[in-house]
Design a protein around this ligand. Structure first.
Ligand SMILES: Cc1ncc(COP(=O)(O)O)c(C=O)c1O
Length: 414
């Protein structure tokens, strides 16, 4: 078949980088094993921990109920929506109507992609494309999802100098100064806690984002996939829906993937402004026919159970410990790295002797079997950074530090 028949945007796109890296890892595995460097993956944000025992047992129970095996609805089962409502009330003191303000998701990635499709008017004409602001650096999929939908992403630069919480009026003024059309901006994506930086923000900043979006009539898309991954009560993440006026502009996305180590289950939810939820559900209703009921019922039980909360607390203790040991290990090799406040990611500056992050990541994989992600996957300008997902087993994380020592990956050359 001639490829030309397909959509221009999709044709020009790469496969999602994490799957490309995984393919390369698989390809090199036999050679790496031979030299005692079997791959250790610090690439995808996928915890290796066993999922909650409670979830496995509940899922088995539900699998035995005949009515669980038929179609659900894209919006989700009443049982699931009510559990989300209760969760949002208990965790953030946010009141939601489960009929109009909550929708189930096949993971937050699906939710963001369909939301973007619901928002933009697609065109190939770059001058006339709708624009969505996204964090930079930010989750690698945002730019591609927006591009695939016939729109354009504009980066909100998150830097140490702006405390990773830039003033959005400044960002908007800069966007206009660069000759861009303010009327084309439709939505802003924020992601606190942030992948790949591991930083978060306070409620005051979320209020600033809400106020900004209400002032300019924009949709605030708050991606909170890491809402439960924090290591210090002072940095416990907030929901943007706690802010005054949030229900007028904001839709927030949650996931079971990270804090319950349930990446493969594909379960999450969106909640917030009822028009946004309606438009998202409508888009989804033409694309998917809902999530397997067994997953929704199990997810609902998990959200409401003490076992679910205990699992999250236990995971956070484990990740705190992993991150502390691993950052200490990297420091002993001379790297400038701090323990993140949230998430399991480290954003690491690469040694000066490497040309760029791609060269560093390739060499670390080919020589030492350590799989990481070049910073340019998250920000095209981040050529001197890489992201490490500190998700591997403790012994593998120790092995990473040992290999880096043995194979000469010190920050300064010895
Ligand atoms: C910021 C962010 N949002 C969304 C996702 C998607 O997660 P899921 O689709 O598994 O819920 C990820 C996954 O890495 C992420 O880092």
């Amino acid at each position: 078949m001639n490829k030309e028949i397909f959509n221009n945007k999709i044709k020009s796109m790469q496969n999602y980088i994490m799957f490309e890296i995984k393919a390369r890892q698989i390809e090199l595995t036999p050679i790496l094993k031979e030299k005692n460097r079997a791959p250790i993956a610090l690439s995808m944000g996928a915890p290796v921990e066993r999922v909650p025992e409670f979830a496995i047992n509940k899922a088995i129970e539900y699998l035995n109920i005949d009515s669980m095996h038929t179609y659900s609805t894209p919006k989700g089962e009443k049982r699931f929506l009510e559990a989300v409502k209760n969760r949002m009330k208990k965790r953030f003191n946010v009141e939601l109507d489960e009929k109009t303000e909550i929708c189930s998701l096949i993971g937050s990635k699906e939710g963001i992609a369909n939301l973007v499709r619901a928002i933009v008017n697609p065109t190939d004409d770059e001058q006339n494309q709708d624009v969505i602001f996204i964090p930079q650096p930010g989750y690698a999929s945002y730019t591609q999802m927006i591009k695939a939908s016939g729109a354009r992403a504009y980066g909100i630069k998150l830097t140490k100098e702006n405390n990773y919480t830039p003033n959005l009026e400044d960002v908007f003024n800069q966007y206009i100064k660069e000759g861009n059309d303010p009327k084309k901006v439709k939505a802003i994506v924020i992601n606190y806690p942030n992948n790949p930086l591991g930083c978060t923000c306070d409620l005051e900043y979320l209020q600033h984002c809400v106020d900004f979006c209400n002032k300019y009539n924009l949709i605030l898309i708050s991606d909170t996939a890491y809402a439960e991954m924090y290591y210090d009560e002072n940095y416990k993440p907030h929901s943007a829906l706690e802010c005054k006026g949030a229900m007028d502009c904001c839709i927030e996305l949650y996931s079971f993937s990270k804090s319950y180590a349930m990446t493969g289950w594909r379960l999450g939810w969106a909640c917030g402004n009822s028009t946004a939820i309606t438009m998202l559900s409508r888009t989804k209703s033409t694309v998917d026919t809902g999530i397997f009921k067994v997953l929704q019922y199990t997810g609902a039980d998990l959200l409401e159970s003490k076992e679910g909360q205990e699992y999250i607390d236990e995971q956070n203790k484990k990740f705190k410990n992993k991150l502390q040991k691993f950052t200490d290990g990297l420091k002993s090799l001379g790297y400038k790295v701090e323990m993140p406040k949230t998430t399991f990611y480290l954003w690491l500056e690469i040694p000066k002797r490497f040309k760029d992050c791609v060269e560093f990541a390739n060499e670390l994989l080919e020589k030492s079997g350590i799989v990481i992600v070049p910073g340019t996957a998250f920000d095209e300008n981040a050529k001197r950074y890489v992201r490490l997902s500190v998700v591997a087993a403790d012994k593998d994380l120790e092995e990473v530090i040992n290999r880096m020592k043995e194979d000469g990956f010190y920050f300064e050359e010895k």
